[in-house]
Design a protein around this ligand. Sequence first.
Ligand code: ZN
Ligand code: ZN
Length: 332
Amino acid sequence: MARLGSWIKAEGEGIYVVPADAWIDPSQPKARAWVTHGHADHARGGHGAVLATPETLAIMETRYGPQSGQPIAYDETIRVGEVDVRFVPAGHVLGSAQIVMEHRGERIVVSGDYKRRPDPTCACFVPVPCDVFVTEATFGLPVFRHPDTGSEIDRLLHRLHSDPSRCVLVGAYALGKAQRIITELRARGHHDPIYFHGAIERLNQLYQGFGVELGELRHTSSATKQEMAGHVVIAPPGALNDRWSRRLPDPVTAMASGWMRIRQRARQRNVELPLIISDHADWDELTMTIRELEPTEVWITHGREEALKHWCMTHQIKACELNLVGYEDEDD
Ligand SMILES: [Zn+2]
Ligand SMILES: [Zn+2]
């Protein structure tokens, strides 16, 4: 009997699905690419044909221009070569998907990036029991336990209201995190205009185009310091300490990321208000998911693989790490 999942090759440049002649999230241009979601470390430009959800294709077009893409809706099954393939929600960002593949009676699920807690900007993760679960492990250490999102947002609002002469500048990745922070603020009753850095404008519009309500947003470039006092400003992390921020009224610098659990990371970016809000599963979510799916094998990608591998082994699940290049923690 062949080794489980022997029809998949996890190579340096991505996961190659042999009987479909297709690559999942390849880091180099390929004739046929299946893309889990729009973050730059998973979705690259230059592929021949791209299979992805309509939202992910739209994100790729925003970033790379027109794609020869084939949209696949959640839960639709198509056959490619000798593989039945289906995309199901991963709960990571708008349009993010796990890729479920069946071939000769074996089912393999590639999670892409995922999280389990609710996110108002995207569909919730759908657990699909499988023989092999290929999981990310960005926060694959027991130290990473993300707190309740609502309480982190409340800390942000408390800080904002404590000094109306200042603004709170939140560093958040342009794709996903920025829009999630905005919708979480709305869900906590914050309906004031929110100011944004120009770099996130197109993705805000794309989310709104897919029906995600963001409320009243204003571009910082058309606002005065006085107007922005007492308001939230959202910018990509790279803008937190650059010249651009001088136009803001005495900003309290915040950053929304799972890495804010690590004090040193907050200090590196001169972050005064670290907010532990992540789009990735934390340790408990990773282990809960593996328990729930009951796979025979777990293959672990980008992150701290060692601890999760050990956890699997102590739970009688065979586990190995895949050495794929090019996955960064840019999208945490
Ligand atoms: Zn991602
Ligand atoms: Zn990733």
